[in-house]
Write a protein that binds this ligand. Structure first.
Ligand code: DC
Length: 232
């Protein structure tokens, strides 16, 4: 695929550090950041909120067909509203995290989200994070990174994120829930999480966010200049 704009794909499992890293890489390059998982989460949240059985493919597809989804650019990111509402904390709950991998396994949902993600190139150069960005959404991406970290490190990170969101969960339960999600994301028939043949792997275990951002920008041959936004 020949992209009219530049696309950097950042894929990897849950809590591998993709979101914060991708946001900072986008800021460092002056590109727009896209969180593709937030769209799957938004559909799961809205479908559940409208009373549909999120395990039933045809119910979710019908609910998605009724949703009015609009995209806009703000603060260096492409964001979206569903039926006029931009969902935020409500799509980050453990409940939505439990439902979203069911929704993300549905081929019709993936086809629609993939169309939306490809259309975002009209906003300009993108750093897009997800599970299938380098393999399915933008196989011709200008650069592809695959971030990973040990399961223990990922569970620790996710646990630390849940606390400020007001959710309490035991770290072992968080690890079980991540493992279940990894299995569903990697085992599904349509666009499973897998390493693109031409992706560069970055193991983020033991690295902080800024170190990972630096590794990526270096590999892109764009080390941070003094005028780049601060990394903290
Ligand atoms: O990155 P995240 O945890 O917010 O993703 C939420 C869910 O969406 C997760 O189950 C994986 C799925 N997902 C996907 O299947 N493909 C993407 N490109 C992004 C996320």
């Amino acid at each position: 695929m020949n992209n009219p704009t530049k696309v950097i794909a950042i894929d990897g499992p849950s809590a591998s550090g993709k979101s914060t890293v991708a946001r900072k890489v986008a800021a460092g390059l002056g590109y727009r950041y896209v969180d593709s998982g937030a769209l799957y989460r938004g559909i799961a949240w809205k479908a559940a909120d409208s009373g549909c059985d999120v395990a039933r493919n045809e119910d979710v597809v019908a609910a998605m067909g009724r949703m009015k989804v609009e995209f806009f650019e703000e603060a260096g990111a492409i964001r979206y509203r569903i039926d006029g509402v931009e969902p935020r904390a409500e799509i980050r709950t453990e409940r939505v995290s439990g439902l979203v991998s069911l929704v993300a396994a549905m081929p019709e949902v993936r086809a629609q989200v993939t169309r939306w993600l490809r259309d975002m190139a009209q906003f300009g150069d993108l750093v897009m994070e997800g599970r299938d960005i380098g393999t399915v959404v933008f196989p011709g991406a200008d650069a592809k990174f695959y971030l990973d970290a040990s399961p223990e490190e990922r569970a620790r990170r996710r646990h630390a994120e849940l606390k400020p969101a007001g959710e309490t969960a035991d770290v072992n339960r968080v690890m079980d829930s991540l493992k279940n999600r990894d299995q569903r994301d990697s085992g599904r028939a349509t666009a499973p999480l897998k390493l693109a043949a031409d992706a560069q792997v970055v193991d983020t275990t033991g690295l902080n966010i800024d170190q990972v951002v630096e590794v990526i920008l270096k590999r892109l041959d764009k080390p941070l200049s003094k005028s780049s936004p601060p990394l903290s």
